[in-house]
Design a protein around this ligand. Structure first.
Ligand code: SAH
Length: 212
């Protein structure tokens, strides 16, 4: 048997978690385990692989980016995903955040508007044996009504305002983690409570814009 510690990608991934994620305060053990497990380098184009575990976003083609590892971990922690959670992701991109969610959640429904990216992500997820992901090519701002309600939602492209369909499809007690804004953006957590929606701004971020 090969020693996993000898695999340079595994070493890089463990170092990434220690230096970029634990050091910035992420504590959820399931999130940390997922970040140590999912091979981020498999989701980026060949020429970007040497930088796959760097502390920043990377280009994945078609003008889109894969989020910085810390942001992926932070959004997953804020979504409070557990083994029975039903999770909706808007903006599959390369599928890396999808794979991290799939490690932590029961089932993940993911929507991507760009067919080529969706196809590439599907191929990568299949090659890694990820099975609890349902995917669709469409405008994610409409959500996935047939699979609603969702315990958690992650949006990885920024609209100016929260798409109303997403609020409608959030379960009672559910969390929507979403970047909002165009020229300047903040990451928000919106929680559905019996009295209504509670909104909390977390940190300034920079995401590609949600298309319609
Ligand atoms: N989570 C991704 C980040 C991708 S960047 C990752 O880990 O790689 C944001 C993605 O949102 C892009 O792939 C973009 O094509 C997609 N997107 C933009 N507008 C969208 C919309 N209205 N519906 C679904 N996906 C959208």
């Amino acid at each position: 048997m090969t020693d996993p510690a000898a695999d340079p990608w595994t070493v890089a991934r463990h170092r990434m978690v220690a230096n970029q994620i634990v050091s910035r305060g992420i504590q959820d053990p399931a999130v940390l385990a997922a970040m140590r497990t999912v091979p981020r380098h498999r989701f980026v184009p060949e020429n970007e692989r040497p930088r796959a575990y760097d502390d920043g976003p990377l280009s994945i083609g078609r003008g889109q980016t894969i989020s910085q590892p810390y942001i992926v971990a932070l959004m997953t922690e804020l979504a409070r995903v557990g083994p029975a959670s039903r999770v909706l992701e808007i903006g599959t991109g390369c599928g890396y955040q999808t794979a991290v969610l799939a490690e932590c959640a029961g089932d993940v429904w993911t929507i991507e508007i760009e067919p080529e990216l969706a196809a590439a992500a599907a191929g990568t997820l299949a090659s890694l044996g990820v099975e609890n992901v349902h995917r669709r090519v469409s405008d994610g701002s409409l959500g996935w009504p047939e699979a609603a309600p969702f315990d958690a939602m992650l949006v990885t492209a920024a609209p100016a305002d929260v798409p109303p369909a997403l609020l409608d499809q959030l379960a009672l007690g559910g969390r929507l983690v979403i970047p909002l804004g165009t020229t300047s953006q903040n990451l928000w957590v919106i929680t559905r409570e019996p009295e209504g929606f509670r909104r909390r701004s977390v940190i300034p971020v920079r995401f590609v814009l949600l298309r319609s």
